[in-house]
Design a protein around this ligand. Sequence first.
Ligand code: HEC
Ligand code: HEC
Length: 152
Amino acid sequence: MKPLILTLLLGLALPAFADRMPPPANTPASYKAECSSCHMAFQPALLTANDWRKTMNGLKDHFGTDATVDMPKQQEITSFLERNAGDISKLGSAGEPPRITQTARFIRKHREIPVKYWKDPRIKSAANCEACHRGAAEGNYSERDILIPELR
Ligand code: HEC
Ligand code: HEC
């Protein structure tokens, strides 16, 4: 009985920090429609609920763009992100305005990548996950699916 419960608990906890982070099955269509035109639809587990709330409250000036959505979608997307958000103890602070790429977890996972790659014309920005992770949109961050040959 005990080992079974442990296995179940581990199974539930694992996706939060493994290299597989599939988008939640209950992802509303509005999230994809409104949040994946300029960059990929980031998995909710990549930021804390508090940082998603800040992001969603600041869409009017979103990294130099206007990414506002209508009120029903604003509420739907915010509550989806909050419900599926990551844990502060694993992610760490995301800075102001919140950036996935500023979390301690992101920095730790990428610390072996030479600085020049973040500005490489093939990549342009650390937030451009799909430039390096072929399966990022499906939540696949496995080492085996890195597109840049020198980084494999
Ligand atoms: C009009 C274009 C546009 C839309 C629409 C948009 N974003 Fe962004 N987003 C940006 C830009 C530009 C950046 C900065 C990217 C960079 O630094 O490379 C960004 C960055 C982000 C980041 C920080 C990434 C990082 O770690 O550096 C998050 C989180 C984010 N967006 C969430 C969202 C969410 C949630 C939505 C939907 C409500 C959304 N975005 C819609 C343009 C957009
Ligand atoms: C410059 C290329 C590059 C970009 C851009 C990039 N990554 Fe990575 N990422 C890597 C490499 C290379 C590794 C493998 C490091 C290792 O496993 O030693 C990695 C590892 C990871 C891991 C850990 C996988 C594991 O096995 O634990 C996660 C999660 C991750 N990246 C998420 C992201 C997210 C989310 C973004 C965008 C916000 C992103 N990465 C942007 C290159 C990149």
